[in-house]
Design a protein. Structure first.
Length: 282
């Protein structure tokens, strides 16, 4: 009989993560991202786990009502039980409550739709928006799970994810959504390094041509990335490289939220602003 893995994945910091729990959440992340039923073989290839192991996890999740199986295609989709969990989490999630005034502040300062996303494994999930007051505004629906390789929110979360998660994204086929979509693994790796240094990202015309999003990370304790806050608008208004004043509004809000969540990664960035004589507003 082959020796089984220990079942515990060692973490560099904090408590260890049970291997089985990690696989379950990777499966749920992939089904959430795909927004369509998925088969055992496809999921096993994506999460890079043996097909029998993936089948056992899916079978257990189906018995618990967390996923459902189509009786004809035998493919799996997210189950109704997750809707209950999602509603409860939405009500209890402190970051969303804390971010509300900052979203309004960013919207009023920039004139653009402000959006909040939370980190989900190797990408981000939009959970709240405050729409622009313009007669015609560009927005993003809450519940949208963005692509990790070609969106500002997704790349920020990926930039601070573990190396294994980054490599999984880079090994996948990255679809070109527009002529501007970043699909080269080497280019993506370089961008992730840049994000870690400058603490922001934008994605001009990469998901939808003519639309850009400018976002900054929100850090928690030990500077773990909890999500992103930023703006979305036309490429003519949310320009790339970003307007310094517009970036300052977003980054100042991200720094304030991070401080409230016990993250201090922005201290050096804000100090650099002060040296240049562009002290951010409180």
């Amino acid at each position: 009989m082959a020796t089984q893995k220990a079942g515990i994945q060692e973490a560099s910091e904090g408590p260890a993560v049970l291997e089985s729990v990690g696989i379950v959440f990777r499966l749920l992340d992939e089904m959430s991202s795909a927004r369509r039923p998925m088969g055992v073989t496809e999921l096993a290839q994506i999460v890079e786990e043996p097909k029998p192991r993936v089948y056992r996890h899916l079978a257990s999740l189906r018995q618990l009502g967390v996923v459902e199986q189509d009786p004809v295609s035998e493919k799996y989709r997210l189950g109704a039980r997750l809707v209950i969990y999602g509603a409860a989490a939405s009500e209890q999630f402190d970051l969303r409550t804390l971010a509300d005034p900052y979203l309004t502040q960013i919207r009023d300062a920039t004139g653009q739709t402000a959006l909040l996303s939370v980190a989900t494994n190797d990408t981000a999930l939009v959970v709240a928006t405050v729409e622009s007051k313009a007669n015609v505004c560009i927005s993003v629906k809450p519940g949208n799970r963005v692509q990790p390789y070609c969106s500002a929110q997704g790349r920020i979360v990926l930039a601070f994810a573990d190396e294994a998660s980054q490599q999984r994204v880079m090994r996948r086929k990255m679809l070109r959504l527009t002529p501007n979509t970043m699909t080269d693994p080497a280019e993506l790796a370089a961008r992730l390094k840049l994000i870690r240094a400058r603490l922001y990202d934008d994605a001009d015309g990469e998901v939808t041509f003519g639309i850009n999003a400018l976002c900054c990370p929100i850090f928690g304790m030990n500077n773990v990335v909890l999500g992103t806050i930023g703006i979305v608008g036309s490429s003519g208004e949310v320009v790339s490289p970003p307007d310094p004043t517009m970036l300052q509004h977003v980054q100042t809000a991200a720094a304030a939220l991070s401080a409230r969540m016990n993250g201090d990664a922005y201290e050096h960035t804000l100090a650099a602003h002060r040296k240049k004589g562009n002290k951010p507003k409180a």
